[in-house]
Ligand binder design. Structure first.
Ligand code: ZN
Length: 65
């Protein structure tokens, strides 16, 4: 589940956020499925491909839990 790919992979880009979602997906389909689970009915997202090393957004970078 927790993967840390170093090659090309995918992230969810929520249209309400500047940063990419922190979670990595190895395939576009996997990212799409997860995004649909997480998305609110009126929330929009885009699946973006990240080439090479992961550069996630700051969401959950310093979780309090
Ligand atoms: Zn990533």
């Amino acid at each position: 589940m927790d993967q840390n790919p170093v090659s090309s992979h995918f992230h969810i880009q929520w249209n309400d956020f500047v940063c990419l979602d922190w979670q990595c997906f190895t395939t576009r389909d996997a990212a799409m499925i997860r995004a649909k689970e997480l998305a609110r009915p009126d929330e929009e997202f885009t699946i973006v491909e990240v080439s090479g090393k992961c550069a996630p957004g700051r969401q959950k970078a310093s979780s309090a839990s």
